[in-house]
Design a protein around this ligand. Structure first.
Ligand code: SF4
Length: 236
């Protein structure tokens, strides 16, 4: 499997200390994407065992709650590879999280990759089909189907939303996300992420049009205010 990149000792995508593995390919084209370089195929090839050998060097840092995070791109496009890697990880007691948009068919491989994860971090990018089509290019249906599957197996799940100035940075719009989240009481955390401009150079390097070139980053103050607003409404 060709792997886009790695990040060792990451702390953002899951519990404790993480080793993040960024897999190639994504079915979406989110307007705010800061990883457009994962849309194609780049990086080096690793067999499942070679990836495990890389990961296990970090095991001492994982302690009780850390582990691997498969991210991307869309990691579940590589579900069978994740399952292969997990054959090694589980023998060594290393847990993994999935950072996914849920925009995949629920094949047996995908269901296995989700079921074996210690944690799923699901992006709820927008709040209805129209907004999904407008800002990601695809329907919301697959994300909802994945959410339903996570609910059915009662998987430990966090949900995240990127908040973009001028698109979804208001309490009124966040209420639409909250309405959906309230239908899924198994979710244990809802986290807002502020839109930032740090990935803009990647669009330039790739020669790809950046649809939000004129959009500023979300301020930290606004992010904190909006997070407080959703926390009060959801009581997680
Ligand atoms: S799902 Fe993630 S990688 Fe794919 S386009 Fe959206 S932000 Fe980018």
């Amino acid at each position: 499997m060709r792997i886009h990149s790695f990040e060792s000792l990451a702390t953002l995508d899951g519990d404790g200390v993480r080793y993040a593995v960024y897999l190639n390919g994504c079915p979406l084209r989110c307007v705010y994407c800061h990883n457009p370089d994962t849309w194609g195929l780049s990086g080096d090839d690793y067999t499942a065992q070679e990836l495990y050998n890389k990961i296990k060097r970090y095991k001492p840092y994982f302690k009780d709650n850390g582990g691997v995070t498969f991210s991307g791109g869309e990691p579940l496009l590589s579900a069978s590879y994740i399952n292969e890697v997990n054959e090694y990880l589980k023998k060594d007691g290393i847990k993994y999280a999935l950072d996914t948009s849920g925009q995949v068919e629920l094949t047996n491989d995908v269901k296995d990759a989700i079921s074996n994860a210690d944690l799923v971090i699901l992006d709820l990018k927008f709040y209805d089909d129209e907004s999904y089509y407008k800002y990601t290019g695809k329907s919301m249906a697959k994300t909802i189907a994945t959410l339903n599957f996570l609910s059915q197996i009662n998987k430990r799940t966090w949900v995240r939303t990127v908040v973009v100035p001028g698109i979804n940075d208001s309490e009124e719009i966040l209420d639409k996300y909250i309405k959906i989240l309230k239908m899924y009481p198994f979710i244990s955390k809802y986290e807002l992420l502020g839109f930032h401009t740090m990935g803009f150079f990647k669009y330039e390097n790739l020669g790809v049009e950046n649809p939000l070139i004129n959009t500023p980053a979300l301020s930290q103050d606004t992010l904190l205010e909006l997070q407080k607003y959703v926390d009060n409404k959801l009581n997680y």
